[in-house]
Design a protein around this ligand. Structure first.
Ligand code: PLP
Length: 430
């Protein structure tokens, strides 16, 4: 595979952009080699600056659930652009998308739009603190909630990939209010709650974490968290930036039948434009300015172009349940195909899958939390990543990520991915 133009751009970029990229994991440091510079994307494919094409299994880290450059989304953006790109004043479309989100996501009675998942989680914690009058919150080891200071403590995703789950620049004062617990361990939560009685404002987690690679909640775990939070007056926040509108139209909370007090959203909600949102019970959301005293604002929040893309996406998902049926089929086809190839080759690596999300871990131990995820052979993952890339399949460039499938994957493409998988496994494991 010839990537000379990507190499040239990367070398040049490093002169002007820290590490040559605008988000760390894009630099491919965890998998070796150099990042591919993308020129365009369409349907199931990415196209790079050297004219190579790749079947997409990451889809802009989740948003492109219908594949890239979907005509319906593209048209809505072009149409919205005719009327100007930003007003900094309320629009009808914002009301429409808010009403739609409230109708789709069980926990959301009121919602505020922001520009990223990071903004959504930072704001949700602030609101939970304002609402409860408490300072501390519980976060799960290996979960990622964006790059807000108080979340960069045992953080997953790019933070663990880059080897800095606890970032310099976060003060000791900030870090002391973030309490850590292992995922899938209710007793650990009981212990933390008992040791910090009446001091915990919120418990935030990815209900189905994707940022340490995909892990699934043990049966009863999410219900157990719900019960503890209700008993202790702790605001339960589901960070559904990844899982929202993906695992079901109402996200993981719909799928598992557990309703948090607040929910953070991102990715799919913007149809590929920079959007996030946080919402929840009316009583809590009424604390948000200007209804209440907790300040949160944004020059470009509710941007008309972004709202047009998001609204088109959500309206489609809301009215086409077959999308989720198909995504589940695609997820199962890939997962069972990969597992059976691995078994045949004598390597029963752990594969976690739910709907259109999956992670292949290079360990044979089951992966249920951060500790077990870290048992993966990341060097082997790097070789696998490169093997798939040169066969034209674009994976997330880190072991500690989930893949995100789109409806653009046809049966034929799935067969090609499985063939690339088999060849790559044979190449790296002999
Ligand atoms: N929360 C979760 C669960 C995420 O996966 C991410 C990003 O991947 C974020 C929050 C942060 O979102 P953003 O990158 O849009 O700031």
């Amino acid at each position: 595979m010839q990537i000379s133009e990507s190499k040239r751009l990367f070398a040049h970029a490093k002169n002007f952009i820290p590490g040559g990229v605008n988000s760390p994991v894009r630099a491919f440091r965890a998998v070796g080699g150099e990042p591919i510079f993308i020129q365009k994307a369409n349907g199931a494919y990415l196209y790079d600056e050297d004219g190579n094409s790749y079947i997409e299994l990451i889809n802009s880290w989740g948003p492109m659930i219908l594949g890239h450059n979907h005509p319906m989304i593209r048209e809505s953006v072009i149409q919205a652009m005719e009327n100007g790109t930003s007003f900094g004043a309320p629009t009808a479309r914002e009301v429409e998308i808010a009403e739609l989100i409230v109708s789709m996501v069980p926990s959301v009675e009121k919602v505020r739009m922001v520009n990223s998942g990071t903004e959504a989680t930072m704001s949700a914690i602030r609101v939970a603190r304002g609402y409860t009058g408490r300072d501390k919150f519980i976060k799960m080891e290996g979960h990622y909630h964006g790059h807000g200071d108080s979340f960069l403590i045992s953080a997953g995703s790019g933070a663990i990939t880059m080897g800095n789950p606890d970032s310099p620049g976060v003060t000791v004062g900030t870090a002391k209010d973030t309490l850590l617990a292992p995922y899938n361990d209710l007793q650990a939560i009981e212990t933390l709650v008992a040791a910090n009685k009446g001091e915990i404002a919120a418990l935030i987690l990815e209900p189905v974490p994707g940022n340490m690679g995909l892990c699934l909640p043990n049966p009863g775990y999410l219900q157990g968290l719900r019960e503890i939070c209700t008993r202790e007056g702790i605001v339960l926040i589901f960070d559904e930036v990844m899982t929202g509108f993906r695992l079901a139209k109402g996200g993981a909370q719909e799928l598992f039948g557990v309703t948090p007090d607040m929910t953070t959203l991102g990715k799919i909600i913007g149809g590929g434009m920079p959007v996030g949102a946080y919402g929840g019970k009316k009583e809590i959301m009424e604390f948000v300015s200007p209804a209440g005293p907790v300040y949160q604002a944004g020059t470009l929040s509710g941007n008309p172009i972004a709202m047009a893309a998001g609204l088109t996406m959500l309206n489609y998902l809301n009215t086409h349940p077959e999308v989720y049926t198909r995504l589940n089929e695609i997820g199962m086809q890939l997962a069972s195909g990969i597992a059976s190839i691995n078994h045949r080759l004598g390597h029963d690596f752990t594969l976690n899958q739910l709907g259109s999300m999956y992670s292949l871990f290079f360990t044979e131990e089951s992966v249920v939390d951060f500790e077990t995820a870290k048992k993966s052979d990341t060097a082997l993952f790097g070789k696998y990543f490169q093997g798939m890339l040169k066969r034209g399949v674009y994976l997330a460039p880190s072991q500690f990520e989930s893949l995100f499938l789109s409806t653009a994957l046809t049966d034929d493409l799935i067969a090609q991915i499985l063939q690339a998988h088999e060849e790559s496994m044979k190449e790296i494991l002999g």
